[in-house]
Design a protein around this ligand. Structure first.
Ligand SMILES: C[S@@+](CC[C@H](N)C(=O)[O-])C[C@H]1O[C@@H](n2cnc3c(N)ncnc32)[C@H](O)[C@@H]1O
Length: 279
């Protein structure tokens, strides 16, 4: 096949794969182009590529097909969740044997990837919305992880840590950034705080910076947690509001070098970034 033809085939394959992995309706698959491509090609490589789906450890998620449902954005996986998960999987040492607190976990993809691939000691998924929390608990169980009933007990009984080092201690907690207090956050004893795709409107930006400020008052072994926020650059003003508010809150930040997007079915043309915050 000519190089141009193979680039086209790669695009077609990618589009097929994204729809397949995201369990899109069959009618949305690029059947017509696929048929044309198969007619044009002399060999069966394209067909083989399609049939040989990526293998490896998997994550199973129950999620909504609508971007907003039940009045929340948290029932679907957003692009920055994939991006943060891929970055974590490339940097597992940052998570290994540590307690991770995730803010606004949504459907749970990032956390499940970290639990399966980065060997954290404990992982606290959190969100504020009842439907999201319910779905999140279901997704944790769906992936063979057991749930600790109480996030604070999890932080306070480290003797369990070595008992089952293969599997992190996992909990799902209701954490509303606007109402959670410093002592409640400190009780989780996080070593690292992460959040993905939580910068979608000015109100959430302000709430997020508020909770980050509270986290900067939480110390574990005289250290404040590391913090990473991943986001999709949809609206430059919202991103700028975030960095401006971080500045106002006295939280320095730096951008983490961008990484390739090769593991997951990302939306096309979306640009993501991760900021490391010095709380
Ligand atoms: C766009 S979704 C992103 C979900 C997930 N992190 C992802 O990237 O797929 C934003 C999430 O932030 C949560 N959220 C928004 N405001 C919140 C607040 N004030 N306190 C806690 N969670 C909040 C929502 O419930 C929702 O699950």
């Amino acid at each position: 096949m000519a190089p141009e033809g193979s680039a086209e085939a790669a695009l077609l394959l990618r589009s097929f794969e994204c729809r397949f992995l995201a369990a899109r309706a069959l009618s949305s698959f690029p059947w017509q182009s696929l048929e044309e491509k198969l007619r044009d090609s002399s060999g069966s490589e394209l067909l083989l590529d399609i049939l040989q789906k990526p293998s490896g450890d998997s994550i199973t998620l129950c999620e909504s097909t609508a971007i907003i449902s039940h009045g929340t954005t948290g029932l679907v996986t957003w692009n920055a969740a994939l991006y943060l998960a891929e970055w974590a999987m490339e940097n597992p040492a940052g998570f290994a044997h540590r307690t991770v607190l995730e803010l606004g976990s949504g459907a749970g993809l990032t956390g499940l990837a970290i639990c399966k691939m980065c060997r954290p000691r404990a992982y606290v998924f959190s969100d504020c919305h009842s439907h999201v929390l319910e779905q999140l608990q279901g997704n944790v169980l769906l992936n063979g992880l057991s749930l600790e009933p109480n996030a604070v007990a999890l932080a306070q009984h480290p003797e369990h840590d070595t008992a089952n080092a293969e599997s992190p201690r996992v909990t799902v907690a209701r954490v509303d950034w606007d109402v959670v207090t410093v002592p409640q956050l400190a009780a989780f004893q996080p070593d690292i705080v992460i959040a993905a795709d939580v910068l979608y409107c000015p109100e959430t930006v302000l709430s997020l910076v508020g909770v980050l400020q509270k986290l900067s008052a939480c110390q574990k072994d005289q250290r404040v947690p590391d913090a990473y926020v991943a986001f999709t650059i949809r609206n430059l003003e919202t991103c700028q509001l975030f960095t401006t508010e971080l500045g106002r809150a006295g939280i320095p930040w730096e951008e983490v070098p961008r990484h390739d997007q090769k593991l997951f079915p990302y939306e096309e043309h979306s640009e993501m970034a991760i900021l490391k915050l010095m709380l």
